[in-house]
Design a protein around this ligand. Structure first.
Ligand code: THU
Length: 143
């Protein structure tokens, strides 16, 4: 992911996904791509809903696609939008990414070609993750 070619490939997949965004209410089209530990890339776009509250962000759609394909660890992510500055991720998406990566490089880009590279740990410091349950017996196993 530190390789600029990898980063470009991830961004290109995110832009292609953005073309499928369903955002009739906000008009804010977002595309996302995540790379799994296998090396494969999964994409997502935002899917809005007339209820507004049931809208799902592009990043979460991409993560769920990765999980559906059998990935359990993510190694990189990209998010794109036609925003004045490179888009950043909402809190919910940061936490959902965190489930599958304690820290990962994340590139955000806008249509003007501006880019910003973060690490997830920087966007979600001192985060709560699956490790928190390591010493806890799952409730359902007690039944
Ligand atoms: N959105 C995303 O898809 N990802 C983000 O990180 C921020 C927001 C979407 C949700 C909604 O469809 C639209 O952008 C406006 O919030």
């Amino acid at each position: 992911m530190s390789d600029p070619a990898d980063l470009d490939r991830l961004l290109a997949r995110a832009w292609a996904a953005r073309a499928r965004a369903y955002a009739p209410y906000s008009g804010f089209l977002v595309g996302a791509a995540v790379q799994g530990a296998s090396g494969a890339i999964y994409t997502g776009c935002n899917v809005e809903n007339a209820s507004i509250g049931l809208t799902v962000c592009a990043e979460r759609v991409a993560v769920f696609q990765a999980v559906l394909a059998g990935e359990r660890a993510l190694i990189a992510a990209a998010v794109v939008a036609a925003s004045p500055a490179p888009p950043t991720l909402c809190g919910a998406c940061r936490q959902v990414l965190r489930e599958f990566a304690a820290d990962l490089p994340l590139v955000c880009a806008n249509q003007a070609g501006q880019r910003r590279v973060y690490r997830l740990g920087e966007l979600l410091p001192d985060s709560f993750g699956p490790e928190a349950f390591q010493s806890v017996q799952p409730y359902f196993s007690l039944l």
